[in-house]
Design a protein around this ligand. Structure first.
Ligand code: NAP
Length: 673
């Protein structure tokens, strides 16, 4: 049997021992062997810091995003081969798509989000400049720079592709190299993905290393710049979180642990309503996808006491149609658990749950299987329990990590909110209701215990991504028992790998550091209108001052009539004066913005291609007939794009004759390179 190889220090490493066997979840046959003995973990971390980190930091966010995109597309082309391997973990084709396509989807989603939301630079400037002194000579700004360590990523067995990739993508974008350690049980699938990645040659050397087998003394060598992102059981999370190196170096540690997620059926969703059917369907899906081995699966199903019998019956009827067996057979709806040991673990947990409730569907010891040997594969029937006393401690503390869920009747909104919290922190909760008041009370009541909440009803169901699917754009994680961590969540996941630093300095120095023009920095006037400059010629600080232009009453009336905006403050002197903000009729804010554009544009065709928006627009002082406007436009930030043009952000300050600002905003333009 092949011994899985690790990929460290730029080459493949094979242990000098036989290794432990990894078994096919369906046939029990040996798939591969695994061992990391002899691997030099200290050297691997050092290599990541020394080789991978600097290579990544050479690239801008957009260049890293382009590599992720290329990688995602390439891996997609190889997915058929991976599905075959994935079936050996017990996964049906649907399960495999969830894991494999889901993982590649994270790479692609992060690539496109990063292009839209991050600058084409290597430093991220966060938020506004904070003016710290009255004279404006001392300011502050937060910046984010990549940590100089390695992101150590330890994953659970149930998502051998998605798990590593959803951690890798944000780390890579941040500019931090990864060292991936999947759970041994299903590491052969992760290993194949890593082989494809390494063979592609897309990634700079040292940015992705891979450990097949145990983590050895890996954690002993962590330093203050490294990170650990862990997914797995709460007990392992607790052990790693308190590892002496993690504690003494304050290593940034993120945990995604087990979670007793709930789903709540609203009192309005009686049998016969679309919501009742949606609830039943979602519960069965969550019990059977990946044979219930999903950290987000529904473990506690809260239903109004009055309809508990109906729910039990409807769920049982659906579960009765679920064909269990060889996941390679297309008639099979639910495959095997990842291993016989895992099945034993689930049976053990079930014993505790059965002390609190009774089984209303399924038999933990027997199941009919299609196209497979029930004695060799880790097959199990879906098990629905019902516990009349929803206060029993077991149902809120024991996670059976398999196709297992417990029905729990509740009698009031207050009670169900309180019961949901007894899970002590969950990754996700859902409620199925068409009653928006109930949804509000429950969401606001249980949100502090949840990382994500889904409200499902007849209107959003068709487009809903479901209870169990974490999404790259949204936070995945949960408080307390769920690990207390956050992954993904769009750019939050990227920033997690970076150090936020508050930089305090004078405006000109800060401008130099961040590459952005900061108010208070001298502006540049070289005689050429900045709109006549190509991106390559333009410099941050290039500026034009235009005006003054007087605003007349005729202008205001013309604008009102032309646009139809005859709001009284522009039309009726007495009514305007009665308004606490005005002394009489005032100019429209949009008239001011329009006049400002009329003042600053350089009209002839040139490198400025388009105005694509305004940001942070504020009207600060009223403009009365007779006031004179002047506009100062300053190049604030230059963000080159891949193609023929880039984005330029212009600081815009419209002032009137006494020097006071009447409007401030950023103008966004596209400018030819
Ligand atoms: P586990 O036993 O805690 O193992 C998780 C990972 O930790 C594996 O890669 C394991 O490696 C590694 N590990 C174990 N001991 C270690 C140590 N001393 N030092 C370094 N690494 C160590 O969990 P599992 O059985 O694989 O996964 C099932 C659990 O994960 C369930 O409870 C489930 O709820 C949870 N889970 C949570 C999420 C989430 O996103 N929150 C997702 C999936 C699963 P080896 O395999 O080589 O031992």
């Amino acid at each position: 049997m092949p011994l899985l190889r690790s990929y460290v220090e730029g080459s493949w490493f094979t242990a000098d021992e036989q290794g432990a066997p990894l078994h096919d979840a369906v046939t029990g046959d040996e798939v591969a062997r695994i061992c990391s003995a002899g691997l030099d973990f200290a050297a691997a971390l050092d290599y990541g810091r020394r080789v991978g980190g600097p290579a990544l930091r050479e690239l801008t966010f957009h260049q890293r995003a382009a590599l992720l995109k290329a990688l995602g597309s390439l891996l997609r082309e190889n997915r058929e081969e991976l599905y075959t391997l994935s079936a050996r973990t017990g996964a049906t084709l649907g399960d495999s798509k969830f894991d494999i396509d889901g993982g590649f989807g994270v790479l692609l989603a992060y690539a496109s989000k990063a292009k839209r939301e991050l600058p084409n630079q290597a430093v991220y400037v966060e938020g506004d400049v904070e003016v710290l002194g009255k004279g404006g000579t001392f300011v502050g700004q937060h910046i984010l720079t990549p940590r100089r360590g390695v992101a150590v990523q330890i994953n659970a067995f149930n998502f051998p592709v998605w798990g590593p990739l959803e951690k890798f993508a944000p780390a890579f974008l941040a500019g931090v190299p990864s060292l991936v350690k999947p759970a041994s049980q299903t590491a052969y699938l992760t290993a194949r993905v890593v082989e494809l990645i390494v063979e592609s040659g897309f990634l700079p050397e040292g940015t992705l290393q891979f450990v097949a087998g145990s983590a050895g003394d890996l954690l002993d060598h962590l330093t203050e710049q490294d990170l650990v992102s862990f997914t797995g059981s709460a007990s392992t999370a607790a052990k790693l979180r308190t590892h002496p190196a993690v504690v003494s170096h304050a290593v940034r540690f993120n945990a995604e642990a087990d979670s007793l997620n709930c789903s709540i059926l609203g009192p309005d969703a009686v049998p016969g309503t679309p919501e009742f059917d949606l609830y039943v369907k979602a519960l069965v899906t969550e019990m059977t996808v990946k044979a219930g081995q999903k950290c987000t699966a529904i473990r506690r199903a809260f239903v109004p006491a009055a309809v508990a019998d109906d729910v039990a019956q409807a769920v049982g009827a659906r579960l009765g149609k679920v064909i269990v067996g060889n996941p390679a057979n297309s008639d099979v709806r639910m495959g095997a658990l990842a291993s016989l040991e895992q099945r034993e673990e689930v049976r053990r947990s079930l014993k505790a749950l059965r002390d609190a409730g009774r089984i209303v569907f399924g038999d933990p010891e027997h199941v009919e299987v299609l196209d497979a040997d029930a004695d060799r594969g880790a097959f199990m029937s879906p098990i629905l329990l019902r516990c009349e006393d929803a206060e029993r401690a077991e149902v809120h503390s024991v996670e059976a990590f398999g196709p297992v869920s417990t029905l729990l009747p509740y009698t009031s909104t207050e009670q169900v909110v309180e019961l949901a919290a007894r899970g002590q922190g969950s990754l996700v909760g859902s409620l199925v209701t068409a009653d928006a008041d109930f949804a509000r009370d429950v969401v606001l009541g249980v949100a502090p215990w949840h990382g994500r909440l889904l409200v499902l009803d007849r209107d959003d169901a068709a487009e809903s991504t479901g209870h169990g699917s974490p999404l790259p754009a949204l936070v995945h994680g949960g408080p307390g028992r769920a690990g207390g961590g956050e992954e993904m969540g769009g750019m939050r996941g990227v920033f997690h790998h970076m150090q936020r630093t508050a930089v305090q300095a004078g405006p000109a120095t800060l401008s130099k550091i961040t590459g952005r023009w900061v108010p208070g920095t001298p502006r540049r006037h070289d005689g050429t209108h900045p709109f006549r400059k190509h991106l390559s010629e333009l410099q941050v600080g290039d500026s034009v001052v235009a005006g003054p232009r007087q605003v007349t009453l005729a202008d205001i009336e013309h604008f009102a009539e032309f646009t139809g905006d005859t709001f009284y403050a522009h039309m009726d002197d007495a009514a305007a004066a009665a308004n606490p903000f005005f002394d009489g009729r005032v100019a429209h804010g949009y008239l001011i913005v329009s006049f400002a554009a009329g003042l600053f544009v350089d009209p002839a065709p040139g490198p400025v291609l388009a105005n694509y928006g305004l940001e942070n627009l504020r009207f600060l002082t009223p403009v009365y007939p007779g006031d004179e406007l002047t506009v100062t436009l300053t190049c604030k930030q230059i963000n080159p794009r891949d193609g023929e043009y880039g984005e330029v952000r212009w600081d815009t300050d419209v002032t009137k004759q006494d020097g006071s600002s009447v409007a401030k905003y950023d103008v966004l333009t596209l400018v030819e390179k």
